[in-house]
Design a binder for this molecule. Sequence first.
Ligand SMILES: CCCCCCCC/C=C\CCCCCCCC(=O)SCCNC(=O)CCNC(=O)[C@H](O)C(C)(C)COP(=O)(O)OP(=O)(O)OC[C@H]1O[C@@H](n2cnc3c(N)ncnc32)[C@H](O)[C@@H]1OP(=O)(O)O
Length: 224
Amino acid sequence: MTVETEPVAELPDPRDFGLPVVGEEEIPAELTSLVEEVRTLVDAVAHTRAGAEDLAAARTAVAEAASRLQGDRHDIGTMVRHTWPDGRVEYGTLANIVAGPTNAAAPPLRLERASGGGLHGGFRLNGVYQGPPGLVHGGWLAALLDQALGAAAGAEGMPGLTANLDVNYRRPTPVEAPLEITARVTGTERRKVFVAAEISHDGEVTAEGTALMVRLDLPGDGGA
Ligand SMILES: CCCCCCCC/C=C\CCCCCCCC(=O)SCCNC(=O)CCNC(=O)[C@H](O)C(C)(C)COP(=O)(O)OP(=O)(O)OC[C@H]1O[C@@H](n2cnc3c(N)ncnc32)[C@H](O)[C@@H]1OP(=O)(O)O
C-alpha cells in the first residue's frame, strides 16, 4: 500500500460540476441563529411534559414559522465554501446531516486540522441523539465517524465516497457530555483512500471506525 499524505490533486471547485456554492460568510446571521433555535426546539419537543394548551400554541407558532420559510430554497446539492484565515478553501454540503451549517438536524460536527496531522473536533450531543437510555445511538456514531473519515480524505485533497465503513463500539458513549473525534488518512492505493477515526469521552475511546473512501474520478487525474 502506498502511504501518501500529500494532496493528490487540487480540490475541485464544485461549480465545475454544476453544483451551486455559497460562501459560509454569506449565510445570514439570522439564519445561523434560527438554526440554533430550531435545535433547541427539537430537544424541547422531544422531552417536553408541557400541557395541552402550551403544546397547541407551540404547534401553531411552529406551523406559522414553517410556512414563512417555504418557497425560496437552495437547490439540493448546494455546497458551502469555508475559507480558513490562511486562505485555504474547503467545501462541504450546505445541508449535510452531520455537519451542514444550515441543517438544524445536524449536531453540527465542526472539524479542524490537528497539529499532528488529520482532523479533530470537540462536540456534545443532546438527548435527541439517544439510542439506549442516556447513550448515543450507534447509527449516529457511525454517521459522525463516516463524516470525519470523509472529511479527512477531503482535507488531503482526495474527496470521495465511502465504499466501506467498519465501526467498533468499545464503550458506551454518553449524551450531554463532552466528546472528541479525530480522523486521518492512513494510506492510498490508486483511487482508494484508507482512513481511520475515533470518538472518545474522558480520554477513552468509545467508538472507532475505519473506512475505504473511493476518490472522485476527476478529469485529468488519470485515476491513479
Ligand atoms: C464534485 C465536487 C466535489 C467537491 C468537493 C467536496 C469535498 C467534500 C470534502 C469533505 C466532506 C465529505 C464528507 C462526506 C462524508 C460522508 C460520506 C458518505 O456518506 S458517502 C455516501 C455513501 N456512499 C455511497 O453512496 C457510495 C456508493 N458506492 C459507489 O458509488 C461506488 O461503489 C464507488 C464510487 C464507491 C466505487 O465505484 P467506482 O466504479 O467509482 O470504482 P470501483 O472501480 O468499483 O472501485 C475502485 C476501487 O475500490 C475498490 N472497492 C470498491 N468498493 C469496495 C468495497 N466495498 N470494499 C472493498 N473495495 C472496494 C475496488 O475493488 C477498486 O479497487 P482497485 O483499485 O481495483 O484495487
